[in-house]
Design a binder for this molecule. Structure first.
Ligand code: HEC
Ligand SMILES: [Cu+2]
Length: 355
């Protein structure tokens, strides 16, 4: 009875574990379904190492089981001291050389791929984006296009895009599992890699380096659009001017409050390019109403926005906006939200690409 219960318990445990783990990973947040060049290369390396390791595992297991069955001490067998093989040159050579060969088989392609993916010698012929990591959000400066945005990174499909990574504060790591490998983001040196997406869509990005209390909320999206849409989006961004926006009276009041309540000190709304050296303190809000998420991870509803404006701490602990501006009444927060939701330069948005 007891053995039966034990087995059942193990079965239930394993079953629920498999069930829970099957919920992990989603199509656009997994390195196992590559949708870009870097992820493809990584996948090939994953397959190679898995094959090599499975081979080692099987060989060891087969020998182990054979030895276990054949040389098992049966009842009545005499106790013997097996033949001692220490110092056996052939044996030692074999078990040193085989692992070295296996490691070389895995290491050579890995090292080549690493250098290949970090090669930026032809970057001038492609799109270059300066990416700055901040606690807990990402900023993007499009070098030649002279536009800037935060959180959602727009890139054209089937095109090499170079990201030049640096951080404004602590270490972060830039990772879009479906599109590319991850790369550390350091304060002193720029790390460069390229992304090349094969399919249009919205891909999930994660900060992969513990960087503070809201590290796990430092999400971002890569929005991959067609080449024409990309050109259109760049143009829309370049031409967007909040000064000439036709705002209703409530949003107009919101704009004034945005200035009065010192939001402008940290947030730009005119897509200025920061590459020249000055990095913004808060996310660029030029295309805020086009964002796929609020603060990187929340649904971009007005309700969430009002809550964020009044109490960002409750949504993202340790964020650098908390306490940096005067308290706002419900009415004031509402008006500012109305204004921010008008900042919509383009029809080309993450929403139009999400399935
Ligand atoms: C000290 C600088 C600072 C001030 C002042 C400030 N913010 Fe922020 N704001 C930030 C930072 C930093 C973030 C990013 C927080 C994070 O995601 O960790 C942020 C995020 C936001 C976001 C989310 C942006 C996005 O891309 O999803 C909104 C909206 C916002 N702030 C609005 C406001 C408003 C409205 C005010 C004025 C009432 C204001 N902020 C004042 C620094 C500031
Ligand atoms: Cu981070």
């Amino acid at each position: 009875m007891k053995g039966w219960m034990g087995k059942l318990r193990t079965l239930v445990l394993l079953g629920s574990l498999a069930f829970i783990l099957s919920g992990c990973g989603r199509d656009n947040l997994t390195a196992l379904v590559p949708k870009g060049y870097g992820a493809d290369v990584s996948m090939q390396l994953i397959i190679l190492t898995t094959v090599v390791m499975t081979f080692v595992f099987l060989v060891v297991m087969v020998i182990y089981v054979i030895v276990l069955m054949r040389y098992r001490k049966k009842k009545g067998d005499p106790v013997i001291n097996p033949e001692q093989v220490e110092g056996n040159k052939t044996l030692e050579a074999v078990w040193t050389i085989i692992p070295i060969i296996l490691v070389v088989i895995m290491a050579v392609p890995t090292v080549f791929a690493t250098f290949h993916l970090a090669d930026d010698s032809d970057s001038e012929d492609h799109i270059n984006i300066d990416v700055t990591g901040n606690q807990y959000w990402w900023h993007y400066d499009y070098r030649n296009e002279e536009i800037a945005t935060s959180q959602d990174l727009y890139i054209p499909v089937n095109t090499k895009v170079y990201v030049h990574l640096i951080t404004n504060d602590v270490l972060h790591s830039f990772w879009v599992p479906s599109l590319s490998g991850k790369l550390d983001v350091n304060p002193e040196n720029v790390n460069t890699m390229y992304i090349e997406a094969y399919e249009e869509g919205v891909y999930f990005g994660k900060c992969a380096e513990l960087c503070g209390p809201s590290h796990s909320l430092m999400d971002f999206k890569v929005v991959v659009v067609s080449e024409e849409e990309y050109d259109q989006w760049v143009q829309d961004m370049q031409n967007f001017d909040t000064e000439t926006l036709d705002l209703d009276p409530v949003a107009q009041e919101g704009r004034e409050l945005f200035e009065e309540k010192s939001c402008v000190q940290c947030h730009a709304t005119d897509t200025q390019n920061y590459s020249a050296g000055s990095v913004p303190i808060g996310p660029d809000l030029t295309q805020f109403a086009d964002r796929s998420r609020l603060a990187g991870y929340l649904d971009p509803t007005k309700e969430n926005l009002v809550k964020w404006i009044q109490d960002p701490e409750s949504l993202k602990p340790g964020n650098l906006m908390t306490g940096a501006y005067p308290e706002l009444s419900d009415d004031e927060a509402d008006k500012i939200a109305e204004y921010l939701l008008q900042l919509k330069p383009s029809e080309i948005t993450a929403e139009s690409k999400e399935d």
